[in-house]
Design a protein around this ligand. Structure first.
Ligand SMILES: Cc1cc2nc3c(=O)[nH]c(=O)nc-3n(C[C@H](O)[C@H](O)[C@H](O)COP(=O)(O)OP(=O)(O)OC[C@H]3O[C@@H](n4cnc5c(N)ncnc54)[C@H](O)[C@@H]3O)c2cc1C
Length: 343
């Protein structure tokens, strides 16, 4: 049976939280969601699940949510596919949002397909751009396709809600304003232990050398041009000069030189730092889609025809093992100068 699309209204953001902290991507979704809501002429809402999350609901309002739908229960303290799918799908069926945005995080990538199947609607995973069609106000969802070689724009014409997961680090963050006001709506949901087939016994944090690329202002990334893992120690020294972090191409990760959490690109993290320094990276499209939104890109490559120079604001043709120590030394000199000036 055809859905009556006119019944669906407003934009919802899934307010993913872990251990009482809103995920950074939620703030990005609220930033983007506000722009979309203004264009469609509807309200921006958030849906928040967890235990003792009332404080977080207020935080979501300060980031621009006009309404926050809250489900508070010890059964929702930890994410489980069964519980979250049931509670959110019931809420969607009751309140009928026309657009539903989730972060393309581990949780979002698990929850969104389950929801779209249960709600009998479409889902575009891993979007890097969202726009509203000025003609019919449908959302146009853009994502890399065919191994990242083209960007595909996808619409969901006949079903609601139109659902997207959005890559962390791509959209601009909403600005916090504590004076903003909004409504908190407690969901009247039905959930029992019987509905949940998995039990979280305990949460163990990995002790691997993980890095947060999404929040970094400066990223110094290395690729196969480094020749071995020791090259990353050299990049770390340069990154440390800026208080930045080390990133990597997939080829360097596949070579086992560095952990996958450092990988930038289509199958890694999408980043948006102020400065991105690509060292010995060729500039394959799958890498470029993950870093092209950086404010300033500096590329160091010994091949003057390397594709990376096509996206670089500043290009240095040369051997990384000559250029990177030179840059680090120059910054040492600047440090020294600043110290002397301040003495
Ligand atoms: C479905 C799919 C998903 C993918 N996802 C990703 C992803 O998320 N991220 C990603 O990065 N890749 C991804 N890839 C792989 C991507 O296509 C490339 O293979 C990869 O980015 C290449 O890594 P690289 O630039 O380090 O290596 P190469 O392409 O081998 O480039 C090495 C570069 O180093 C330069 N060089 C060599 N020696 C030196 C030196 N001494 N000094 C300076 N420069 C030097 C060379 O001129 C060359 O340009 C994906 C591929 C597929 C098919």
């Amino acid at each position: 049976m055809d859905m009556d699309l006119s019944l669906y209204k407003n934009i919802w953001v899934f307010a993913e939280q872990r251990q009482g902290k809103i995920s950074p991507v939620v703030v990005e979704l609220l930033g983007e969601g506000k722009k979309l809501a203004n264009e469609v002429g509807v309200e921006l809402c958030a849906v928040l699940l967890g235990k003792d999350v009332n404080g977080l609901a207020k935080e979501l309002i300060s980031y621009g949510a006009q309404k926050v739908y809250v489900a508070d229960s010890s059964l929702l303290e930890n994410y489980t596919t069964d519980a979250y799918t049931k509670v959110i799908c019931d809420a969607v069926n009751q309140f009928k949002p026309e657009i539903m945005l989730l972060g393309a995080t581990h949780i979002g990538r698990d929850l969104a397909p389950r929801m779209s199947s249960r709600l009998d609607t479409g889902l575009t995973a891993d979007c890097t751009r969202l726009e509203i069609d000025p003609e019919d106000k449908k959302i146009m969802q853009t994502r890399p396709a065919f191994g990242g070689n083209i960007m595909a724009t996808i619409i969901c014409p006949n079903n609601r809600p139109q659902m997207s997961t959005v890559r962390p680090g791509v959209m601009d963050k909403a600005l916090k304003d504590e004076s903003k006001v909004g409504e908190i709506i407690n969901l009247d949901f039905k959930l029992s232990e019987k509905d949940i087939r998995t039990k979280v016994i305990k949460t163990v944090k990995t002790n691997k050398d993980m890095v947060s690329l999404v929040d970094a202002n400066v990223i110094v990334s290395g690729g196969l041009g480094l020749r071995d893992e020791k090259g990353f120690e050299m990049l770390k020294k340069l990154a440390d000069k800026f208080g930045g972090v080390v990133g990597a191409s997939r080829a360097a990760v596949d070579a086992g030189w560095i952990d996958h959490s450092h990988q930038v690109g289509q199958t890694g993290t999408t980043v948006k730092p102020t400065v991105y320094i690509a060292c010995g990276i060729s500039g394959a499209i799958q890498h470029v889609v993950g870093m092209q939104e950086a404010d300033v890109v500096i590329a160091i490559n010994k091949n003057p025809s390397a594709l990376i120079f096509g996206v670089a604001d500043y290009g240095i043709v040369g051997d990384v093992y000559d250029i990177v120590p030179m840059l680090t030394e120059e910054l040492d000199n600047v440090d020294e100068l600043v110290k002397r000036l301040n003495a």
